[in-house]
Write a protein that binds this ligand. Structure first.
Ligand SMILES: Cc1cc2nc3c(=O)[nH]c(=O)nc-3n(C[C@H](O)[C@H](O)[C@H](O)COP(=O)(O)O)c2cc1C
Ligand code: SF4
Length: 370
């Protein structure tokens, strides 16, 4: 009944055992718990796990591929996933937050005068000036680091990399933030240059690696998403990215609006429906023969099977549904869909847990522990 979900896929050169991917999800769990969590997901049948927000430059905030300890951490994640027959992909990212500009808010955050919700828009205000003023030498250092980090990720055991097309790639792509007047700003081709150079660096360092690109799309009427690629500009960006070495696209709504737009709850006015961002996949489909991964509000096996069977998308990435039930894929494969714990898109313990710094969990975990 779910033949397509359960069938293998050549995802830009990497063979996945089925069509189910764990979407990049920063979990905020202690490092020892993270490997066990991914192992559980792989054992539950997910073909590939994308590790969210792996920094491309040496970083003191969280694990870094460049330090001995950080490298060992990422290797432990890869080993855990491989031990259950899964594949693992590193989401390579560069933040677009201006660290120096952030410093002035630290006292307010520490004294709780500024909440995390209030901090976000304050940081967003700094993105435009930061991107617009970034020196070209710094740009070259960052784009080259995508290649170096990809090489380290593969050494640590990762099977694939995803270039995070939101964050710095996304803010360079967007006219909302990018007001540069040099070769990195102005026309859509120029605004694509940063992302294209990042992908090219990965390709130069690793000629054969499959490169996924998280293509963050923003829309007008109504306006959603501030970073990323405007719908009308996809015909410029997609061929340029593919030409640089991208082998698959992971398509979603662009960031830097409300987090609840990119991680929409069921009652969201625009993106409340199952498969809420698939309309962006339809646009990308017209522009490339590369495989396309859909993400966003996907929970229902029947709906997903239909999207895959019709060829609308080639695979699905899920974050919250696999948080709610890490054994989703296995239950689908075994015809036990009535046993699936369905994500109700309440955002209470997953996004809520992340925002409150208590780690990503699910309302079902609470019930289980009662
Ligand atoms: C707690 C949480 C953390 C996330 N962290 C990341 C991340 O690190 N990188 C990223 O690109 N997307 C991140 N996302 C977005 C997801 O990858 C996904 O696009 C979004 O949740 C919509 O899919 P869903 O409806 O299956 O949850 C996160 C989502 C959640 C819920
Ligand atoms: S708390 Fe659980 S059920 Fe609610 S949205 Fe998050 S993953 Fe889904």
């Amino acid at each position: 009944m779910y033949e397509t979900i359960c069938s293998p896929l050549n995802y830009g050169g990497l063979v996945l055992k089925n069509r189910v991917i764990f979407a990049p999800t920063s979990m905020g769990l202690p490092q020892e718990e993270q490997a066990a969590y991914y192992k559980r997901l792989a054992a539950g049948g997910a073909a590939m796990i994308i590790v969210g927000d792996v920094p491309v430059l040496p970083s003191k905030f969280g694990p870094s591929l460049y330090s001995k300890k950080g490298f060992a951490y990422y290797k432990a994640l890869a080993d855990a996933v491989h031990s259950e027959g899964g594949k693992i992909c590193a989401q390579l990212h560069q933040s677009d937050s201006d660290l120096k500009a952030m410093l002035k808010y630290i006292p307010g955050v520490l004294t709780k005068r500024i909440s995390m919700e209030e901090l976000r828009p304050l940081l967003n205000q700094q993105v435009g000036p930061y991107i617009t003023g970034l020196p070209v030498e710094k740009i070259h250092k960052i784009t080259e680091a995508f290649g170096t980090a990809a090489e380290l990720a593969v050494k640590a055991g990762f099977d694939m990399v995803q270039v995070h097309g939101d964050r710095m790639c996304g803010s360079f792509s967007s006219e909302v933030f990018n007001q540069r007047t040099d070769a990195y700003g102005g026309s859509a081709t120029n605004r694509a240059r940063f992302a294209v150079e990042a992908v090219s660096a990965v390709r130069r360092h690793l000629p054969d690696i499959p490169i996924d690109y998280k293509l963050a799309v923003r829309q007008e009427n109504p306006h959603y998403g501030n970073a990323g690629v405007l719908e009308e500009e996809l015909p410029v960006f997609v061929p340029l990215l593919e030409g640089a070495g991208v082998t698959s696209f992971h398509v979603t709504l662009a960031n830097h609006g409300e987090l609840s737009d990119t991680i929409p709850p069921r009652n969201h006015p625009e993106f409340g429906a199952e498969g809420c961002f698939l309309k962006f996949c339809d646009q990308v489909r017209k522009l490339t023969h590369c495989p396309i991964c859909g993400v966003g509000g996907l929970t229902d096996p029947d709906f997903i099977e239909e999207q895959l069977r019709s060829g609308r998308i080639d695979c699905v990435a899920m974050s919250r549904q696999l948080i709610a039930d890490p054994a989703w894929a296995q239950k689908v494969q075994e015809g036990r869909t009535s046993e699936i714990r369905r994500c109700v898109r309440c955002n209470k313990e997953c996004l809520g847990g992340m925002m409150a710094h208590r780690g990503v969990h699910c309302i079902y975990d609470r019930k289980e522990n009662q």
